[in-house]
Design a protein around this ligand. Structure first.
Ligand code: ADP
Ligand code: MG
Length: 677
């Protein structure tokens, strides 16, 4: 029976699995036949008898339980269950941690399958089980797929279900041009699915995984190229820029742009003056001057008769942008307005009316800008600050305003250079890799508890010499109320005990935006010497006189966060300091503090962050808006990824766009639309 492409999209219910199995599929988020096919094993075990094991291999053995014993360990909280299994050729010991109920399941005489890495030592075999099954099917020789499971389904049941849908793989289209597939001699799609789920042998398995990964990467890269091409053909909004406009725009800035800013401005200019919508990601370390560049882009839009919108993730940041832009444009006729949530309706209505008639040239705001009542006369440019803090759909909503404006997305979370090329193979990225002159690197020290008092004395000297200090307090309590309370207590202690001679203010997450803004303003104007804060100062606040930052419990912060926080100081003429207080208990925390003390370079820090955390939860992947892959791993499979990127561009003319679209829809479903944003 030949499978048709439509069959791949049918819900799994159609295949008459039991209610229990369907429930498990639902929990695994497997809805359609193709989703099940794309549920690839997380690893493979070699089915073996105990006599044929090799130390170090990952294996599945089936045998009878001889004994199962719960044992205490030296660590009070750690309990182990030791299970001894025998298969007629030998015995093997499995150790389960903190699962005392295991001894109730693994009763002597019961048949079990144990899977995981095996080792030989002290004259006996042991296995670290990654999965097990009671009363498993007979053991056949060969490789066995191990799947991510959920309650209500056993590994062998998932394998059996897979077996039932495998023939549908015949209907999965191949995104590769035929000649390319032939040239690379890649395993065809249906065979690759079969071998990945039911490998005949090692070689076939490796060939299958390579074929699947390569195709997945190729598909993504081809999709990105298509999107880019369609944007490039869009000639709706081509701006003009001449020397006169350049000179007028640059006059608004009280400083000369740095080399990096100038380069990025011309990259943006090139986008705006050629056919196609701009969709550029502007990366630059905190304090590198991204806002100035964004304003330059906005001035180009304005001069061409369009409006510009700046969207920031928090009200505090939006207010700050508003203040900064208004300051830059003080002597101009450009009108800048601020729109945030919680404004009075009458006030908001006036503002929206001016926006709709074009009286307002630049609007700054939070996601309130996305509301339906916000209408523009002629929106030409959207600037999205700290873009990774917005969801893809929010970014898309802003873009849908007006007639698909140009987009400049900004981020201070750098993507390591080594990755951005492959990841953003088809996107535009500009980098400001130079700080404005006169900044000296922040001296960063990790302060031992015993030396805290000495450190306070150093801070005292800085404050007496017209310095200003942030004291950052991490979120330590689950409850907001408790958290606010501890922040208040912390500030009181600073005020009454540590620095009684200085003026101390406080901002924390439970205050409303206006109060926060007020405290921040007092600090900015020098009416406060010390600002105690929970993480609200993390992004964007700009007080050049602040030259000291103390971070309490620094071990609780991530690397990127510590670096962002540090960006709040070192913006003025005075030497700046970051003092880290804390007792790291994990190796990772020690490493983070060491790294942050050693370097001021945001890209180096991002690389370290990546090394420590892995690619999975790295901000870069989220920023990319790319869908989650089924087989490929952008971190481990860099070679295949790079190769697919190069090939997708080399073979562009041979690519069948309809097939690519069909494949994207099929494999990534609704997420496919991410590629449109
Ligand atoms: P970012 O948004 O990248 O963190 P900002 O745009 O807020 O950085 O700029 C940080 C500070 O540096 C601001 O006070 C700004 O006025 C100043 N600045 C920006 N560009 C320059 C420059 N070329 N020369 C001197 N100061 C600059
Ligand atoms: Mg900024």
């Amino acid at each position: 029976m030949a499978a048709a492409p439509d069959d791949l999209n049918q819900p799994l219910e159609v295949l008459r699995f039991s209610e229990r199995i369907l429930g498990a599929f639902a929990r695994l988020k497997l809805k359609r036949v193709i989703d099940l096919l794309n549920h690839f094993p997380r690893n493979y075990n070699r089915r073996a008898t105990i006599a044929t094991l090799l130390s170090g291999m990952t294996a599945s053995v089936v045998g009878k339980v001889i004994s199962a014993t719960n044992k205490a360990t030296r660590h009070r909280r750690m309990k182990v269950t030791e299970v001894l299994v025998e298969d007629g050729t030998g015995t093997i010991k499995a150790v389960f941690f903190n699962q005392p109920w295991m001894s109730g399941k693994m009763v002597p005489g019961v048949r079990v399958r144990l899977s995981g890495p095996v080792e030989y030592g002290y004259h006996s075999w042991s296995i670290k089980p990654t999965s097990f099954e009671i009363n498993p099917p007979e053991l056949e020789p060969g490789l066995e797929a191990e799947y991510d499971l959920t309650e209500g389904i056993e590994s062998s049941e998932l394998a059996a279900a897979m077996e039932r849908v495998l023939h549908h793989a015949d209907a999965i289209p191949d995104p590769l041009p035929t000649e390319l597939a032939a040239k690379l001699r890649l395993m065809p799609v249906p065979a690759a699915y079969r071998e990945a789920h039911k490998p005949a042998n090692d070689r076939a398995l490796q060939a299958a995984l390579l074929a699947l990964k390569y195709r997945e990467f190729f598909l993504l890269q081809a999709g990105l190229r298509m999107r880019r091409r369609s944007e490039a053909q869009d000639t709706g909004m081509m701006f003009g820029v001449d020397d006169d406009l350049r000179a007028r725009a640059l006059k608004y800035f009280p400083f000369a742009m740095t080399g990096a800013q100038t380069r990025v401005c011309s990259e943006i200019e090139a986008d705006l003056t050629s056919p196609g919508r701009m969709h550029r990601l502007l990366q630059g370390d905190v304090g590198s001057g991204k806002t100035a560049v964004a304003l330059y882009a906005a001035l180009v839009a304005l001069d061409n008769g369009y409006q510009a919108a700046f969207m920031a993730p928090t009200e505090v940041l939006a207010r700050q942008h508003f203040r900064n832009l208004s300051e830059y444009l003080r002597k101009s006729k450009v009108r800048v307005d601020l729109l945030v949530g919680g404004m009075k309706k009458s006030e908001r209505d006036l503002l929206c009316a001016d926006l709709a008639t074009g009286k307002t040239h630049i609007i700054v705001g939070t996601h309130a800008l996305l509301e339906d009542y916000v209408k523009f006369k002629k929106l030409g440019l959207c600037v999205i600050d700290e873009q990774h803090k917005f969801g893809v759909s929010q970014r898309a909503a802003l873009r849908a305003k007006g007639n698909r404006p140009h987009i400049l997305a900004m981020s201070a979370t750098p993507i390591p250079r080594t990755l951005s090329m492959t990841l953003y193979g088809a996107l535009d990225v500009s980098v400001i890799d130079e700080l404005p002159p006169g900044r000296s690197p922040v001296v960063t020290e990790w302060i031992h508890r015993k030396r805290e008092q000495a450190c306070f004395e150093r801070i005292r000297k800085e404050l007496a010499d017209h310095g200003r200090a942030y004291f950052i307090y991490p979120l330590v309590n689950e409850s907001d109320v408790l958290e606010a309370k501890s922040a208040v207590e912390f500030a009181e202690k600073l005020k009454n005990e540590t620095f009684p001679e200085f003026r101390v203010g406080l901002v924390h997450g439970q205050m409303n935006a206006e109060d926060k803004d007020q405290a921040m303003n007092r600090f900015r104007r020098g009416e406060l010497d010390i600002l105690a804060a929970t993480v609200v100062v993390e992004v964007g606040v700009d007080v050049p006189e602040a030259n000291v930052m103390v971070i309490e419990n620094a071990e609780r912060f991530g690397l990127a966060q510590l670096h962002q926080l540090r960006g709040r100081v070192g913006r003025g003429k005075k030497q700046s300091y970051l003092f880290l207080f804390g007792d790291p208990h994990s190796e990772d925390a020690v490493k983070r503090l060491t790294v942050i003390c050693r370097t001021n370079d945001g890209f180096k820090i991002a690389e370290e962050d990546l090394k420590m955390r892995g690619f999975g939860d790295f901000a870069g992947t989220r920023q990319s808006g790319l869908p989650k892959l089924h087989v490929g791993d952008m971190e481990r499979d860099v070679e295949a990824l790079e190769r697919a990127r190069v090939d997708a561009s080399k073979w562009a003319a041979a690519i069948d766009e309809a097939v690519i679209r069909q494949c994207l829809e099929l494999h990534f479903g609704r997420k496919y639309r991410l590629l449109d944003v």
